[in-house]
Design a protein around this ligand. Sequence first.
Ligand SMILES: C[S@@+](CC[C@H](N)C(=O)[O-])C[C@H]1O[C@@H](n2cnc3c(N)ncnc32)[C@H](O)[C@@H]1O
Length: 259
Amino acid sequence: MTRMQQPTAVETQWWKTFYDDVAMVVLADQDPDVIRDQVDTITRLTGLSQGQSAMDQCCGLGQHACELAIRSVDVIGIDQSPLYIDHARRLARERHGGAEFVVADALTYQHAPPVDVVYNWHSSFGYSRDDAWNQQMLHAARQSLRPAGVMLLEFPNMLHLLANFQTSISSTHPGGVSLTRTSRICASTGTLHQVWEYRMDDRSVRTHESSLRIYLPDQLIQMFRDSGFVDVNAFSPCGGTLAADSPRCVIVGSNPSVE
Ligand SMILES: C[S@@+](CC[C@H](N)C(=O)[O-])C[C@H]1O[C@@H](n2cnc3c(N)ncnc32)[C@H](O)[C@@H]1O
């Protein structure tokens, strides 16, 4: 899993244009109770507590980071989208939490001073078919962690996704946005390719494409180990035992205590 491959045209940093104002409508449409439950899972699995520090790698609109700041965690969120970081900063001001946000590339960004916990939540990993490229995200996380700090990655459980594959999924969102996601597996690259068609209430249509590398939970565990993490384990979305039919998986590993 180390040799670099050339990304395809759609893979050429597709996320730089994908995460725009309309994708933001969908990302913002997350139940605050669900976000709180997810933050409960993050704190339980990493041992993160009041007064400690965390980095949200690919923080999106900052919902998880702001919830942690309310719980007195010193949190920094990073994301490549200036639009999303602006939104996250506004959310932090509204909630009177002390979360900070920075526009940065998570593949290279290393935070100083090192933090107690890094988390990467909700399909923000595996954007290239190139394993070495994807693994940079774990290397960068490790460089941001103190010795014995903990890294948590939340990702689709591809075992479940493949066994329950749906070629088309539709949903509706605030502001009259309806979304149809059409999915296919590209067997030769091992990627999940999706076309996202957004229909607005003025009848205009916007289309984006995404590509996610298919990593099974055991492959993610191996990538953690290859990046130098120890005590690596996989959990279900609520932090219980991971099963083949868990829809998503959470991988947790520790930075070694002595370098
Ligand atoms: C599916 S969203 C998840 C956002 C957030 N973690 C959540 O759970 O709501 C993925 C996010 O990853 C960000 N992202 C993707 N690749 C990135 C990179 N290389 N560096 C920084 N941010 C990145 C995108 O801009 C987007 O906000």
